[in-house]
Design a protein. Structure first.
Length: 491
């Protein structure tokens, strides 16, 4: 049964308490002469123009007008909004293309590969709901699905946007874009060399938002590249989401098949329970000094760094500060030969918090794992190591641990050794070193000056082991926390 509608004054409310226009302000697009099927784009252009002119007379605080359409319609010109509070609603999402009509669904296809399907302008209170929007598979970056300017309260719900040369949805300003159950796929084709485009000179997103206070929930946003495909990286990246704005919230959404899953430039954004995955480069890029106080938690960063050149971290902090990136799952690289899980290349204030993330170790021996790397020793990153796995140290006259390969270091000594300062050390790490005397006599272990011991070290006896624990307090030096009081029989 359809939702119950009740009237209060001049407005209607459904069971979700969403305002709808009164019956005299609701028209189907066929009322204006539009025709379903292939080849009627000229008639439909005039029909949508007439519909927008009709709706504009109800612009203002009177809940506007509702335009409905059901079936497959072609257009060759943009649908330009002329007033506020316009609702455009379909009957469902696309399941195919063609001229025979598709009962129970709504599809709108723009044939001109240089145009924008919906131009919202600076209007407020626009609601697009329940249809599929198709482009013409062109490569012009100005060929977009939906574009709006400095308006506010834009709601896009249950809309699929496909096959545009530029962004599927773009805001160039404004406030409060609300996207729910939106899918963008096969857009931003203009960057692909094979399709006549080329590497981007600046960042651009399949979902490209310059507005603030956006809300994105249960959306699936895909860039233009296939899984594992080598891309053409320019000075800018093709992103699934390019968010240049602040105070936005993203919940339970996927950002994939792009050179960068998400690029943030702004403050106080929140990314929760989402999946930046399957991207050629970064999973997420926190970019620049204007990017701070963002909150990223309980997300799944999987199979990023897909480009064959490799070396792109799942999470990249680029001169950004005071960001909280905690409690995420990170791992599962694709074809790259270098897996930087978490890189903080900071030259600014720093103070990024990356504690409590879990890192996948099951990527094979062909990869060089760098879980986290920081170039600014002044940061108070508060980074903790992933899971407390054991790292078997290679026996030799000088033994050099790798701080990024695990927190527990195991050394089976066949003689006397020197423990060198670890590679890739980072501030806040706690490590446990277990030394076993694998000889029939005495051994002597010498520690590098980076290890600050509380007293002289006592080596274990033959066949026994002893443990010592350190904490790295400045990114270089490790201060002793505790040690074994006596020999232990183990491993």
């Amino acid at each position: 049964m359809p939702p119950t509608i009740e009237q209060q004054g001049d407005a209607l409310y459904n069971i979700f308490l969403e305002a709808r226009p009164a019956p005299n302000r609701i028209r189907d697009i066929s009322y204006f002469g539009a025709k379903q099927g292939v080849g009627y784009y000229a008639v439909n252009d005039l029909a949508w123009q007439a519909a927008m002119q009709w709706a504009a007379q109800f612009s203002g605080p009177s809940y506007g007008a509702l335009i409905t359409f059901n079936g497959y319609y072609e257009i060759s010109q943009p649908i330009t909004l002329l007033g506020d509070n316009v609702l455009i609603g379909g009957a469902g999402l696309w399941t195919g293309d063609g001229g025979s009509g598709h009962p129970g669904i709504s599809t709108l296809k723009l044939l001109d590969s240089t145009q924008i399907a919906f131009q919202l302008g600076t209007h407020t209170g626009i609601n697009l709901n329940g249809f599929t929007l198709l482009g013409s598979n062109g490569t012009n970056l100005n060929h977009m699905g939906i574009q709006g300017g400095n308006g506010r309260n834009i709601k896009i719900k249950d809309v699929d946007v496909h096959s545009f040369g530029g962004p599927g949805i773009q805001s160039t300003g404004g406030i409060n874009w609300d996207l729910q159950r939106v899918e963008i796929d096969g857009c931003l084709k203009g960057y692909l060399v094979g399709n006549g485009g080329g590497p981007l000179a600046s960042y651009l997103g399949a979902l490209d938002l310059t507005s603030t206070e956006n809300f994105i929930e249960n959306c699936n946003i895909n860039g233009p590249v296939g899984f594992g495909v080598t891309g053409q990286f320019g000075s800018g990246f093709a992103c699934a989401l390019n968010q240049v704005g602040s105070q936005s919230s993203i919940l339970r959404s996927t950002f994939a098949a792009a050179q960068t899953g998400i690029r943030y430039v702004g403050i106080l954004n929140r990314l929760l329970m989402s999946r930046p995955e399957g991207n050629q480069g970064y999973g997420i890029l926190l970019d620049g000094v204007q990017c701070s106080k963002n909150y990223i938690k309980a997300c799944h960063f999987n199979a990023n760094s897909q480009d064959s050149n490799g070396g792109y971290p799942a999470i990249k902090v680029n001169n950004a500060s005071q960001n909280s990136i905690k409690g995420n799952w990170i791992g599962g690289v694709g074809v790259s030969n270098l897996c930087n899980y978490f890189v903080d290349d900071n030259t600014g204030v720093g103070d990024n918090d990356g504690a409590g993330n879990e890192y996948d170790d099951n990527i094979g021996t062909a990869y060089t794992i760098t879980r986290y790397h920081f170039t600014n020793p002044n940061n108070t990153q508060k980074i903790v190591s992933p899971r407390p796995r054991w790292q078997a140290l290679t026996d030799g006259a000088t033994v050099t641990p790798d701080a990024q390969q695990g927190d527990n270091w195991q050394l089976i000594e066949g003689g006397s050794h020197t423990i060198a300062a670890p590679n890739n050390s980072f501030r806040g790490q706690r490590v446990l070193l277990a030394i076993k005397n694998n000889t029939a006599g005495a051994i002597t272990t010498t520690f590098n000056a980076a290890y600050k011991l509380a007293g002289a070290w006592v080596d274990p006896g033959p066949g026994k082991c002893r443990c010592i624990e350190f904490s790295c307090y400045d990114g270089t030096n490790y201060i002793e926390v505790s040690r074994s009081a006596a020999d232990i029989t183990a491993f």
